[in-house]
Design a protein around this ligand. Sequence first.
Ligand SMILES: Cc1cc2nc3c(=O)[nH]c(=O)nc-3n(C[C@H](O)[C@H](O)[C@H](O)COP(=O)(O)O)c2cc1C
Ligand SMILES: [Mn+2]
Length: 518
Amino acid sequence: MYLPVSTSTSSVCWLPFPSIHRRKRVGELGRFMAFQDLREFIALLDKRGQLQRISTPVSADLEITEITDRVSKAGGPALLFENVRGYDMPVAINLFGSYDRMSWALGVSTLDELGARIKKWLDLVQNRPPEGIIEKARLLPDLAELTRIGPHTVSHAPCQEVVLTDELSLDKFPILQCWPQDGGKYLTLTMCHSKDPETGKRNIGMYRCQVRDSRTVGMHWQIHKGGAAHFRDAQAHATKRMEVAVVIGADPASIYSASAPLPPGVDELLFAGFLRHKGVEVVQCKTVDVKVPAHAEIVLEGYVDTDELQPEGPFGDHTGYYTPIEPYPVMHITAITHRHNPIYATTIVGKPPMEDAYLGKATERFFLHLLRVVLPEIVDINMPIEGGFHNVVVVSIRKRYPGQARKVMCGIWGMMLMMLSKFIIVVDENVNVQDLHEVLFRVGNNVDPKRDTMIVDGPVDALDHSSPYEKFGSKMGLDATAKLPEEGHPRPWPDDIEMSPEIKALVTKRWAEYGIRL
Ligand SMILES: Cc1cc2nc3c(=O)[nH]c(=O)nc-3n(C[C@H](O)[C@H](O)[C@H](O)COP(=O)(O)O)c2cc1C
Ligand SMILES: [Mn+2]
């Protein structure tokens, strides 16, 4: 059931909420009305007691990080710093920093529900077209809605209420110096827009942008990412001026989509439209040929000179370590547009758990179903927060033939950004991968290290500091499944210890009689 939630603006959004009333079904996609912008999301968090406003004066220089880190680690609320010393703009942070907030951002009540939505559509496309007139008719509202989830262009946009082309400066934004050894201030919760020079297709990635001076920022798109691919393509096309835009603060599904490792060429705003059940409105930028979410808070427009690389870093990263100075492209800002009274949205990364953990968990839930398209034996996946997502991947499979665990490892290493997975642990279908105690129990018992580990060389995360070379190193797969004779296990595999169901039922029935208190 979904109840209308009024927000600080005049509009109303629908969110999951228990109710005795039944709403008319308007298609699977239509049960939820999208957040128009960041403000509606913040208003909802406030309403649900998940937003703390801080009016005490604070500094954007390290102090907000320390406060937010403590709140993050304690599982606390989103924060709105209303009085940042030296600035007249509030800082919103930790907006996505819990399972609940992350789910609400994407219009679901749990992240598993998000997975189920993705699964439903993949099933439809993959192997179960509707049969019979009734089933087909039932799908019509969903199909109709699918036609409405693409982005559409508007001519007037809140994000252009204020347009600065001459007197522009980043100095008025409360951009954080996150950690003591950082090379400066960084925009972090970004949506970096770029375009394929050949097809014009857009990519949006969440890449940090280091403030170099009041009109230029570093573009930290790592070598494996969409922005870097566009940069290389622009170089190959001898395009000197690559037009880009960096958006800060949009509707939460759009922000999340920038962080999601979508298949190359899949439009982040189309995905956001799918998540929010409604197309994202976009507007043409004022000085570059790029379209950005119309309801964004702040937009930086500009270009990257494809001949220019400048030192970027150091930065206290999501690995929990500082990343060193490396050469990266630079964006020259040609315009800054923003709403009246913009909200500056940001995040900090560092030792987990932090806000980005929940963005990653949302991705894990939808990625499970993408993986299953090519690896249907996968039952569940867990990328533990401590592993910074790609460092450790635990996956359970329905094993039916020798070597299947290894096939799954290779499949994962071949799937887009999952190529960066450093340790893949494969367990049998009956193992709960979300329970790391159980995973360790199986690894300890089921792995013969010499036989059951597979070490391969390949691409590693640009942030990895353990590989001898940058971006190239080794990964390890651990096969913790029960072994078959054909896998070099001629001995019988023992059964798990399980009590018989009759005795379990008996003891449950008689439990009170024993007088044992647990
Ligand atoms: C808070 C946060 C900061 C991030 N910063 C960077 C970054 O600086 N550089 C980068 O390449 N990826 C960064 N990422 C990861 C990318 O957003 C992610 O890989 C995404 O898939 C990139 O989009 P793309 O697949 O279109 O390239 C960050 C993710 C989060 C959640
Ligand atoms: Mn992308």
